[in-house]
Design a protein around this ligand. Sequence first.
Ligand code: PSU
Ligand code: MN
Length: 307
Amino acid sequence: MNMNLNQHIKLSPKVEAALKEGCPVIALESTIISHGMPYPQNVETALRCEAAARECGAEPATIAVIGGKLCAGLTEEEIDYLGREGTKVTKASRRDLPILVAKKADGATTVAATMIIAAMAGIKIFATGGIGGVHRGAETTMDISADLEELAHTPVAVICAGAKSILDLGLTLEYLETKGVPVLGYQTKELPAFYTPHSGFSVDYRADSPAEIASFIRAQREMEYPGGMLITNPIPDQYAMPADVINAAIDRALKEADEQHVKGKAITPFLLARVCELTGGDSLASNIQLVLNNVRLASRIAAELAK
Ligand code: PSU
Ligand code: MN
């Protein structure tokens, strides 16, 4: 790590020790805490994710920008602060990191920004809920998440539950194909749609075990590919939402966003909050379970990679 970069990065003692010893470490994002879930479930979920990673033998590195430092591994107080502040914290994607560093400010990192900091810290595996993608209507709005570009450039494997149908799933897959990002399904050939295991779209490859996924990641690293990989892990059936209920809520939320002219970085948080309200919290319960499920898979992949 060069000195210029080093001064901006702060690893928690546990993350630093685990990395030094070659023990499994997984990254976790923080926009999901500040902008993805309401308080206090956001903080509870973030702490449960950390505990789940440790139970599976991986050290969790929750990532955020605090006081201008690119942090991998947060204290409970820092997680609580991000959760309480909620959308008052800057939602930080790739473009925001240099500004937050210079201003010594705080930011909750999206999938893109979390990947960047994870790569700087030497963390190869990252678990989250859902990634950003190509929005519906992107052919006129050009609203395509920076998360997709990051997957094309940054060597971190992201475990998610697919993408929500607030996005155009077909165009999201096309974009990833153009950018050369492998998209895997864990024990399935179908792209999961976040709240439900089914989208009707196919992924590129099915992988049946954490060891097999680790072998794909290892090959990608050995070939010195610059980009990452997307591993999609379906929500367990017992926690899935009925498709008609969730689709009705998403359609209504999209219509409201359009009527209220919600744009840019505000749109994903707006849709997530509305879907949660419209389903009376049922979607939040599903969201929490699928994130935990992804953390467990990511930890097992990290353990295989550490062998
Ligand atoms: N999808 C979710 N929950 C989330 C997000 C997406 O189901 O919390 C967050 C992630 O941090 C993701 C970001 O990286 O939203 C994408 O935002 P945008 O579409 O503005 O790039
Ligand atoms: Mn966007």
